[in-house]
Design a protein around this ligand. Structure first.
Ligand code: NZQ
Ligand code: ZN
Length: 385
């Protein structure tokens, strides 16, 4: 196992009827910015519950944070923050809203030239407004990690800092009942690929991390399809298992002490930045191709994945790997997400653009070995056609 330091201080309040904890979590004298997206929280009762919990607080609203939040939208929050002396951000929504809140919180106290530098130049910052999160879409893990992804003019860039990790997160599985099938699928697949990015590398004999990861993958494989189909669709236990899996997939625990890949995500971000494809739908296209192109480097873990996650024990290693990749693709298809560029009407002629974008963003040595050069990324995209 590799050396690591691990701390996750986000207090998670999980389950139904937990919204009232917001009143105690946020200091009474705080001036709160309630940040949300396009209005789903008004249709499913979440907004009303949050406003009731904030009845004794002074709060202001900032809405309209879009999926793949844009820098220009997020910067509009700065004027309310300075005019009203906002000193706490409450994010209510999916990963885009929580990510957006993190950027807003860091930008508010940023002392450098332009907050975009945090994303484009990795500019460091030492303070940010405190954040709380009410999660409505289990997928990203953003509710208890320090990551944020922001887009500007097609550049989809990320930053990570423990300073913007939410202080608390409310996770009520019942609020996910209003999700569309598309968003349920996106969430399950994003969480699945988060585990794979931290698991499907090379063995460092991290038994705890491996077995946690395998448990999360199996839970998502078992319960993901149940959330799409009657009679289990509205089963709160199913929703709870998906929600907790998504949090655990990217809260730092399974990634501590093991190598990480993240090439699927980095290539996927270019597909979103350039063509606006939903985040998870880029991952379901890229991951199978990464598994195929990097199968030699990932051989040991692929065999372990085949046996422990899918129960594949027949045939030699190569045959098991083939079957495991096929099972992964079939799972994605069962979840209703694309597995080929052609499924989203892209093809060979789009690959140059994507590879150029990777180059512009410095993504020239991806993967757990840093051996996914631009040429290898090109092969991966060709494999995904
Ligand atoms: O905006 P509203 O009206 O709220 O609607 C949203 C949005 O249209 C809707 N939605 C959310 N909760 C709902 C709901 N609709 C009905 N009922 C509910 N309970 O779902 C749509 C998508 O929301 P979004 O927040 O964009 O989805 P997701 O949570 O998948 O977040 C995706 C973003 O997170 C980034 C992605 O790149 C993307 O920008 N990621 C963040 C990560 C992190 N912070 O660690 C890691 C991930 O790999 C990812 O990159
Ligand atoms: Zn992701």
């Amino acid at each position: 196992m590799l050396n690591f330091s691990f701390q996750n201080p986000t207090r998670v309040h999980f389950g139904e009827n937990q919204m009232h904890v917001i009143a105690k979590e946020i200091p009474k004298d705080a001036k709160v910015l309630l940040a949300y997206g396009g209005g789903s929280i008004k249709g499913n009762g979440v907004y009303d519950q949050v406003v009731a919990a904030l009845s004794e607080h002074t709060f202001f609203e900032f809405s309209g944070i879009e999926p793949n939040p844009s820098y220009d939208t997020l910067m509009k929050a700065q004027s309310i923050i300075s005019q009203e002396n906002v000193d706490y951000i409450l994010a209510v929504g999916g990963g885009s809203v929580v990510d957006g809140a993190k950027f807003i919180a860091a930008a508010a106290l940023f002392e450098g030239d332009e907050p975009w530098d945090i994303l484009s130049k990795g500019a460091s910052f030492t303070q940010a407004l405190p954040i709380g999160a009410v999660l409505t879409l289990p997928a990203t893990g953003s509710e208890s990690n320090g990551n944020s992804v922001v887009t500007r003019n097609g550049d989809k860039l990320s930053f990570s800092s423990p300073i913007v990790r939410p202080e608390f997160a409310v996770l009520d599985p019942s609020v996910t009942l209003s999700l569309s099938d598309r968003q349920i699928s996106n969430g399950v697949v994003d969480a699945f690929v988060h585990v794979m990015e931290q698991y499907l590398t090379y063995s460092v004999n991290g038994k705890v991390q491996d077995r946690f990861s395998e448990g999360l993958l199996q839970t998502l494989i078992e319960d993901g399809p149940k959330a799409l189909n009657a009679p289990t669709k509205d089963d709160l236990d199913v929703r709870a298992n998906i929600m907790w899996s998504a949090t655990m997939a990217l809260n730092g625990l399974i990634g501590a002490g093991v190598p990480g890949d993240w090439s699927t995500h980095m290539i996927g971000h270019e597909l979103t930045g350039e063509f606006g494809i939903d985040h998870a739908r880029t991952l379901s296209i890229v991951l199978p191709a990464v598994m195929k192109v990097q199968r030699t480097q990932k051989q040991g873990k692929l065999v372990q994945y085949a046996e422990r996650v899918w129960g594949l024990t027949e045939g030699d290693d190569e045959a098991r790997i083939d079957q495991a990749i096929a099972k992964t693709e079939a799972f994605f298809q069962q979840m209703g997400v694309p597995t080929r560029l052609s499924d989203i009407d892209l093809g060979e002629s789009d690959i140059d653009t994507l590879v150029n974008r990777l180059e512009q963003h410095g993504m020239t040595a991806l993967g757990e070995h840093g051996d996914i050069t631009l040429d290898v990324s090109r092969k991966i995209l060709q494999q995904a056609v």
